[in-house]
Design a protein around this ligand. Structure first.
Ligand code: ADP
Ligand code: MG
Length: 193
């Protein structure tokens, strides 16, 4: 698979995702969320990095709210406005902390939530355009999560990729900067590469 094939795969999968009905997406997001909830690490984690979904991404908002309810430290990435492909990590304590940032993604408001100086998330829940069964990830093409996962903070983090079942494919090309996830939860299965 070449870079061009990766781009074609991104286009095809995003098109498929965009065609989903909202009610189907909600139903399947709930099923995938139940798989996340069945993981031991979900219950033991004190500090979790995850995202607020945009467009047709798997809806993990119920998971985020559950973590807030149990007073877990909720970390979210925030795109750096001045540095393409790079994200800071900030701590959000409630939905009011989130405002639209780059790509209209809701992110922690920089005024209320400064970048955290240090963190060691026990768990990270990671979106993708797709994953393969070795745990490798295809993103939107900016390498954002590749850089994030390469950071020292994430070395011992249990990395859980989430997506719809059709977003899990057999194999992606592996590139030198790729860091695989440890577990993939879809609406149909829990896959351990
Ligand atoms: P995506 O993960 O969003 O699908 P790619 O894996 O194709 O995108 O990466 C996009 C670009 O980001 C590549 O050109 C790659 O060189 C760059 N990149 C990815 N990870 C890193 C990293 N850890 N350090 C520096 N550059 C990186
Ligand atoms: Mg990548």
């Amino acid at each position: 698979m070449t870079d061009m094939d990766k781009q074609q795969l991104r286009t095809a999968l995003r098109k498929r995702r965009a065609a989903l009905s909202p009610s189907w997406g909600q139903n399947r997001s709930h099923a995938a969320g139940e798989h996340v909830r069945s993981l031991d690490i979900w219950h033991s984690a004190k500090e979790v990095l995850l995202y607020w979904p945009v467009r047709e991404e798997l809806d993990v908002r119920p998971l985020v709210k559950e973590l807030w309810d149990r007073s877990c430290r909720v970390l979210m990435p925030r795109c750096r406005p001045d540095e393409y492909g790079h994200m800071d990590i900030a701590c959000a304590s409630c939905e009011d902390d989130l405002i639209p940032g780059a790509f209209s993604i809701l992110e922690p408001d920089a005024k209320r939530c400064p970048p955290v100086a240090s963190c060691t998330p026990d768990l990270a829940i990671i979106p993708a355009v797709c994953f393969d069964r070795h745990g490798y990830r295809l993103g939107y093409g900016g390498g954002y999560y590749d850089r994030l996962l390469a950071g020292d903070a994430m070395r011992d983090t249990v990395k859980v990729g989430v997506g719809y079942a059709f977003q899990l494919i057999d194999a992606l090309p592996v590139q030198p900067w790729d860091i695989p996830v440890d577990i993939i939860c879809t609406d149909e299965e829990i896959w351990r590469p």
